[in-house]
Design a protein around this ligand. Structure first.
Ligand SMILES: *[C@@H]1O[C@H](CO)[C@@H](O)[C@H](O)[C@H]1NC(C)=O
Ligand SMILES: *[C@@H]1O[C@H](CO)[C@@H](O)[C@H](O)[C@H]1NC(C)=O
Ligand SMILES: *[C@@H]1O[C@H](CO)[C@@H](O)[C@H](O)[C@H]1NC(C)=O
Ligand SMILES: *[C@@H]1O[C@H](CO)[C@@H](O)[C@H](O)[C@H]1NC(C)=O
Ligand SMILES: *[C@@H]1O[C@H](CO)[C@@H](O)[C@H](O)[C@H]1NC(C)=O
Ligand SMILES: CC(=O)N[C@H]1CO[C@H](CO)[C@@H](O)[C@@H]1O
Length: 881
């Protein structure tokens, strides 16, 4: 669970008059700003350039537009790699707060400076008066980032910079936001916020990164900033308006111009996406509001009775005693029952995940609180007392991940809890961080127990409390020595909750080392993710940890997965869920997915049926529902159950392929889900297609995301696309062809790319049983009767992989070759080989080593070699005739 929609509704009712609108001022650039000139000596370094800047003092107009102007700046240009350029514009005095490197695991790569700018794919060019710069792709002289004649504003609480882009540019990224994949003219606000997936507004995470595809070629930029910001993507430009820090840009310009190469270059910097264990790829089920352990056990049993694969059972905060972390409700979720439930799951080769929130109840007889107080690890008020907000258990404190004791504190709580219950994974929620009251509303109220949530109080009481809390916050003031306007910066970004301290920890709250919450708000959840993952590894260093986080930041994908939060059981949320997962792939959070059938509001049979079909293929696939809603377990309706069984049997058959794609993601940084445009950027007609999904390069899904439709239009780029179920071929000789496909309610169209060799398994009830079956190969021939593919094999669970096979399959002129690395130590083998395509029809016999003349069986559109019995422990060839 997590914050439910009515919280948003209550806020909207009470404060809607104050919720900011996107105004003309938001869209405008500061055209009267004086700008900066190069002042002093430009130094050529081994790494690049150092350029001193001074304010253009001839014109004082527009100074201090939204903060205090900083006169002296410094531009550091570093040619970090052939494809990555680092341009950092900072204050010479180094007073502005940077994204901290430590202890949060950013681990920006140590640059062994790239020796020569000559080899780079880009040029850095600048003008001196006024200062502006361009990043130019050498190959075609395209300026991929160009600030010429656009204002540069550098104030303590307001930074503005813009780049020219073509009109109607293909821009992707800038999140987290619930919006179409291709970003059209709009404002994206990055300021982590607990909100039920309000369309177009800021939500849980911040990723100040975008990719642009121009004339078939991709490049990208990251603004490494933990400050709140608005990003305006409007006709012909992108404008960043940031409320602090520095302008720390990275540009990614791969030579190939391929979107995948952008992803590789980006994750070279921020870290490669985490590698999931096999089990994490199975189907998962959760609900907020299961009233007791019997109910949860019944759900697991009913899944089995309906023969819908269930890999992982989750329990939301319902299990807790008065919603306190690391406690159990002894009546409804007794400890022994919770432990036994986990044991049963494990006996059945299933897995177990529970929720934990960062908010710790301020209760002096509750050990996680007293231990934290002893270690002094909680976020502070400006006066040094503990900051006390309000979350599910009433008044709560929040671990300060920057405190030197925080890792030890949190690790103990996590290790003890996970060990006690026997959990396989943790779900960390509410880590924007969410708080239901404004400011330190619990100051002086320790041991006050559960409190009515603010949205349950009469409106006049809510308004009075809010006014009191606001007054207290203002009275408390800033941390010592900080003269900025932390509570109400003059440039008010367009946060959907209005003032920055709403629904979170106050901007004036203090982290260790004198860091105001204002400066690191957007990385609080990332910090918790990093520390929680490491705690999971401490608990069990053998296996890959499972942590799912609601709040994420640049680089979080290396440590955790992410679900797109509290969406709604509405058709447009089903549709947009695909775009949000695509965006997460760009951000390097490969293991991501949306709540299947929708979290808030009541689903319908048809919506849930269609959603189960799409959701069966989310990289992270889980049905999740909120308290008080109509039930939505997939076995409740026959069509939903049937659609789930069908789609999940395809997913489970594809597990070796999906696992291989994940391994590529983990080693290269490419997405597991990809939009067609990112694979075929040469076809601009695909630019807005955010409904069809490629898993890797070879499996194409064309889901129905509209009510009442029994067919669906799909775009098919040049090549041959074979129907997964009946091998019917769609042949496209050039460009992109739109094809209308039959899509009965229980059916999701799936196609295999001609030219691909896809490894599969025989789907079973659990992931473990599925992986115990033989591998099969599906060879889908292209127009030249050729195909290639890859298979990665390891034990599917070890954190440190000792034995892995990495096999390339190649099919040409009737000969299938398997080559590569064969180091996996178990005796895996190939059971069957299916060859699809016109070229397959002529084939009738096979030679495998000394065994000649083995007969192939014919199917419509394919031939099959049954019981191939080929060992996957060494290279081999098979000849088809
Ligand atoms: C911009 O965002 C608003 C919501 O803030 C949305 O209603 C509108 O459709 C968006 N406009 C475009 C062009 O995407
Ligand atoms: C860390 O915790 C210990 C108690 O375990 C405490 O004595 C110490 O002061 C804490 N460190 C800091 C920096 O607060
Ligand atoms: C404090 O926590 C204890 C232990 O979990 C619990 O029994 C008690 O009810 C809580 N007290 C309040 C006031 O919430
Ligand atoms: C934001 O703060 C201002 C100044 O205290 C106040 O007038 C306004 O009501 C606040 N807005 C919200 C949404 O709380
Ligand atoms: C949603 O379903 C719940 C439980 O069946 C019901 O109590 C509620 O009235 C429904 N809400 C709407 C808006 O239909
Ligand atoms: C696009 C859309 O359906 N948005 C809805 C999301 O949920 C909120 C309630 O929290 C509705 O008000 C929006 O209309």
């Amino acid at each position: 669970m997590t914050k439910v929609s009515f919280i948003f509704v209550a806020i909207a009712l009470t404060f809607s008059a104050n919720v900011l609108c996107q105004t003309e001022a938001t869209y405008a650039v500061s055209s009267s700003a004086p700008g900066y000139n190069v002042q002093g000596k430009v130094v050529k370094t081994k790494a690049g350039l150092q350029i001193p800047l001074g304010l253009n003092t001839k014109s004082k107009k527009g100074i201090d537009s939204f903060g205090k102007t900083i006169d002296d700046l410094f531009v550091d240009v570093e040619y970090e790699t052939e494809e990555r350029l680092h341009v950092k514009i900072s204050d010479k005095a180094k007073k502005q707060v940077l994204v901290p490197d430590s202890p949060l695991g950013f681990e920006r790569p140590k640059i062994s400076h790239y020796s020569s700018s000559k080899k780079a794919n880009y040029d850095f060019q600048y003008t001196a008066k006024p200062f502006s710069f361009k990043v130019v792709r050498k190959a075609d002289k395209v300026a991929v980032f160009d600030t010429a004649k656009l204002p540069l504003v550098f104030e303590d609480q307001y930074l503005e910079i813009s780049t020219h882009v073509p009109k109607d540019a293909n821009i992707y990224g800038f999140g987290e936001v619930t919006a179409p994949f291709r970003r059209t003219t709009n404002v994206t606000t990055l300021f982590n916020r607990d909100n039920a997936d309000d369309m177009y507004r800021n939500i849980y995470g911040s990723h100040p990164f975008y990719t642009e595809i121009r004339d078939g070629k991709a490049h990208a930029a990251l603004l490494m900033s933990s400050h709140g910001m608005d990003i305006i993507t409007t006709e012909g430009r992108i404008t960043y308006k940031v409320i602090g820090g520095v302008l720390d840009f990275y540009f990614f310009v791969p030579k190939s111009g391929k979107p995948n190469d952008v992803s590789i270059a980006y994750t070279d910097l921020i870290g490669k996406p985490m590698m999931p264990a096999h089990w994490m790829l199975g189907w998962q089920h959760c609900r907020y509001g299961y009233k007791d352990i019997d109910t949860v056990e019944t759900v697991v049993r009913k899944y089995k009775e309906a023969n819908i694969p269930l890999q992982t059972a989750w329990i939301d905060i319902d299990y807790m005693d008065q919603t306190k972390d690391f406690t159990v409700d002894n009546v409804n979720f007794p400890l022994d029952r919770l432990i036994d439930f986990g044991k049963n799951l494990h006996e059945n080769k299933q897995h177990y995940v529970m929720m934990v929130d960062p908010a710790i109840s301020a209760n002096t007889t509750y050990d996680p609180y007293t231990r934290g107080v002893e270690m002094d690890v909680f976020i502070k008020n400006p006066d040094g007392s503990d900051f006390i907000g309000m979350v599910w258990p009433g008044y709560t404190v929040f671990p300060d991940w920057w405190h030197p004791n925080a890792t030890e504190y949190w690790t103990k709580e996590i290790v003890d809890w996970v060990s006690l219950i026997g959990l396989d994974g943790l779900w960390i929620d509410m880590n924007e961080p969410a708080s239901f009251c404004l400011g330190s509303c619990g100051t002086g109220k320790i041991d006050a127990g559960n409190q009515p949530y603010r949205w349950t109080l009469p409106e006049d009481v809510q308004a009075k409390n809010h006014a009191d809390q606001e007054a207290a916050l203002i009275k408390m003031g800033n941390p010592k020595g900080d003269n900025r306007n932390l509570l109400y910066p003059k440039y008010a970004i367009n946060s959907g909750s209005g003032n920055l301290s709403e629904v979170t920890v106050a901007m004036t709250a203090l982290h260790h080392g004198g860091i105001a919450h204002y400066d690191i708000h957007n990385i609080y959840g990332h910090a918790e993710s990093y520390i929680t993952r490491n705690a999971m590894i401490k608990q069990n260093s053998e296996v890959r940890p499972f942590v799912l986080s609601r709040s994420t930041f640049t680089g979080s994908g290396k440590y955790v997965g992410h679900w797109t939060g509290d969406n709604h059981s509405l058709w447009n949320y089903l549709k947009v869920s695909i775009a949000t997962v695509f965006s997460m792939q760009l951000f390097g959070v490969s293991y991501s997915g949306a709540d299947v059938c929708g979290f808030n509001s009541n689903t319908t049979e048809e919506l849930c049926t269609r959603w189960q079909a799409v959701g069966s293929f989310y990289p992270f696939a889980r049905n999740h529902n909120a308290i008080g809603n109509a039930d939505q377990e997939p076995y409740l309706w026959e069509t939903t159950a049937e659609a789930s069984r069908r789609a999940l049997s395809v997913r489970y058959a594809l597990l070796p392929y999906i696992y291989t794609v994940f391994e590529e993601s983990n080693t290269l940084g490419t997405g597991v889900w990809r939009s067609l445009f990112f694979e075929y950027p040469e076809f601009n007609t695909l630019a807005e297609n955010d409904v069809q999904i490629l898993i890797g390069t070879d499996i194409l899904l064309t889901p129905v995301v509209d009510e009442g439709k029994l067919e669906v239009d799909g775009q098919f780029p040049k090549g041959i696309w074979y129907d997964w179920y009946n091998y019917d071929a769609i042949k496209v000789s050039k460009g992109v062809k739109t094809v209308t496909l039959d899509a009965p309610l229980v059916h999701i169209p799936v196609h295999i790319r001609g030219g691909a060799i896809v490894p599969t398994k025989t789907p079973k009830y659990t992931v473990g049983e599925t992986f115990e079956t033989d591998y099969n190969l599906v060879i889908a021939l292209d127009a030249k009767n050729q195909a290639t593919g890859r298979l990665y094999i390891d034990d599917g669970s070890s954190l440190e992989v000792k034995h892995a096979s990495d096999i390339t399959f190649d099919y040409k002129k009737g000969k299938l070759t398997a080559s590569g690395k064969f180091k996996y130590d178990q005796a895996e083998k190939i059971g069957s080989i299916t060859i699809i395509g016109e070229g397959a029809a002529k084939l009738s016999t096979v030679t495998i080593g000394k065994k000649k003349g083995i007969k192939l069986s014919k199917k419509k559109g394919a031939v099959v070699l049954e019981n191939a019995d080929i060992s996957l422990t060494s290279a081999f060839t098979v000849n088809f005739k």
